[in-house]
Design a protein around this ligand. Structure first.
Ligand code: UT7
Length: 333
C-alpha cells in the first residue's frame, strides 16, 4: 500500500482559497483607442468595465504560483506536504512540460503529483471534480487546484468582437477531506461536435507554428460569439439544475451562485432560463472580464472575502467553455 493512501473519506471540501491578477489594468476607454469600440457598447453588451493584463514576460505559471501560495497559506498546508497539483489552463507557459510542474518547482511542492487539465473556461470545475475523485478514493490526502490564464497573449488585439472580452488571472483552492460541509454534488459534460465555435487553431499538431500559420493569424482565439452565448446559457442552466437535483436542493436553498464570468447577459439569461434568483448570482466580471479557467475560483474567492458566502451556505459553481465543456459543483461552505 502506498504511504500516501488514507482511508476512504466521505466528503471533500475547500480548506484554502487564493487569487492573483497582474497589476496592469486595461479599461474600456483604453480599448477605444485600440479598436473601433466604445465603453458604452462593451458595458451594455457584456457588463465588463476593465480587465487585468499581464506585462510581457509574465507567464501563466507566475500568476498560478502566486494564487497557489495564498491558498496554501490559508489552508495552513506546507507545500512539501501537498500530494496532488492540477493546473487548469488553456494558455500554458509551454506545450510541455506542464505548467503544473513549473508551479510545483516554484512552490517547493516536491512530493506532489502534477498535471495540467485542458477544459478551457470549465477548467477549474473539471479540475476540482477530478481532484475530488482522487481524494474520495483515498489515493491522496490533499490537492491544490489552480485555474490560471494569460489569455492576453492569444487575443487578436485588432478583433473588436473578442479582444474586449477577456482578461488574465489565477484562482486557486486547496481541497481535502472535511467532516462538515464540502462538495455535495457534481456534474460535467462535453460536446466535441461544436469544437470549432471557440478555438485557437494554431500551435498544435494540426497547424504547427510556421510562417503560414502566423500569416493566417491561427495563433489567436476565434469565437462565434452568438452561438456560444446560446449554448452557454442552455448548458449551464441544465448543469446547475442537475447538481441541485442530485443534492435534493432547490434554488431557494442556495445562498450564492458562482457562474462563469463571461458576460453579464449570459448570467442574466442563465438565471431566467433555470429560474434562479438573479440577486444570488455573484458577479465580478466588471473588473476582470472573462478569465477562463480562473474565472469561477476568482469569483468564489471574492464572494467569500466580501462575506457574500458564509459558513453553512450552499453554493453552486457553474461553468461553460470551449470543447464544448460544462460543469457544476454544489458545495456547502
Ligand atoms: O467563456 C465562454 C466564452 N465566451 C463567451 O461566453 C462569450 C459569448 N458571447 C458573447 O458574450 C456575445 O455574443 C458577444 C459579447 C461576443 C457579442 O455580443 P452580441 O450581442 O452577440 O453582439 P453581436 O455579435 O451580435 O454583434 C452586434 C454588433 C455587430 O455589428 P453589426 O454586424 O450588427 O453591424 C458587431 O460587429 O456589434 C458589433 N460589435 C461591436 N461593436 C462595438 C462586436 N463587437 C463590438 C465591439 N464594439 N467590441
Amino acid at each position: 500500500m502506498s504511504p500516501r493512501r488514507v482511508s476512504h473519506p466521505t466528503r471533500i471540501g475547500i480548506i484554502g482559497l487564493g487569487m492573483y491578477v497582474p497589476p496592469k489594468v486595461l479599461t474600456n476607454h483604453d480599448l477605444e483607442k485600440m479598436v473601433d469600440t466604445t465603453d458604452e457598447w462593451i458595458q451594455t453588451r457584456t457588463g465588463i468595465r476593465e480587465r487585468h493584463v499581464a506585462d510581457p514576460g509574465m507567464t501563466t505559471s507566475d500568476l498560478a504560483t502566486k494564487a497557489a501560495q495564498q491558498a496554501l497559506k490559508q489552508a495552513k498546508l506546507d507545500p512539501k506536504d501537498l500530494d496532488l497539483l492540477i493546473v487548469a489552463t488553456a494558455t500554458p507557459d509551454m506545450l510541455f512540460p506542464s505548467t503544473s510542474c513549473l508551479v510545483q518547482q516554484r512552490l517547493g511542492a516536491t512530493s506532489a503529483v502534477c498535471f495540467d487539465l485542458s477544459a478551457a473556461c470549465s477548467g477549474s470545475m473539471f479540475a476540482m471534480i477530478t481532484a475530488q475523485q482522487y481524494l474520495l478514493s483515498g489515493r491522496y490526502r490533499n490537492a491544490l487546484v489552480v485555474g490560471a490564464e494569460v489569455l492576453s497573449g492569444f487575443i487578436d488585439w485588432t478583433d473588436r468582437s473578442t479582444c474586449v472580452l477577456f482578461g488574465d488571472g489565477a484562482g486557486a483552492c486547496v481541497m481535502a477531506p472535511v467532516t462538515r460541509g464540502g462538495i455535495l454534488a457534481t456534474d460535467m459534460g462535453s460536446d466535441g461536435s461544436a469544437a470549432d465555435l471557440l478555438c485557437m487553431p494554431g500551435g498544435g499538431s494540426k497547424h504547427p507554428p510556421s510562417h503560414r500559420s502566423v500569416d493566417q493569424r491561427l495563433h489567436f482565439l476565434r469565437m462565434s460569439g452568438g452561438e456560444i452565448f446560446k449554448l452557454a446559457v442552455r448548458r449551464m442552466a441544465d448543469s446547475a439544475t442537475q447538481v441541485m437535483k442530485k443534492a435534493k436542493l432547490k434554488p431557494e436553498h442556495i445562498g450564492c451562485f458562482i457562474p462563469h464570468q463571461a458576460n453579464i447577459r449570459i448570467i442574466e439569461a442563465l438565471a431566467k432560463w433555470a429560474k434562479l434568483p438573479l440577486e444570488k448570482m455573484y458577479m465580478n466580471l466588471q473588473r476582470y472580464g472573462n478569465t477562463s479557467a480562473a474565472s469561477n475560483l476568482i469569483a468564489l474567492y471574492e464572494a467569500v472575502q466580501e462575506g457574500v458566502i458564509t459558513r453553512g451556505d450552499h453554493v453552486v459553481m457553474v461553468a461553460f467553455g470551449a470543447g464544448l465543456t460544462w460543469g457544476s459543483i454544489l458545495l456547502q461552505w
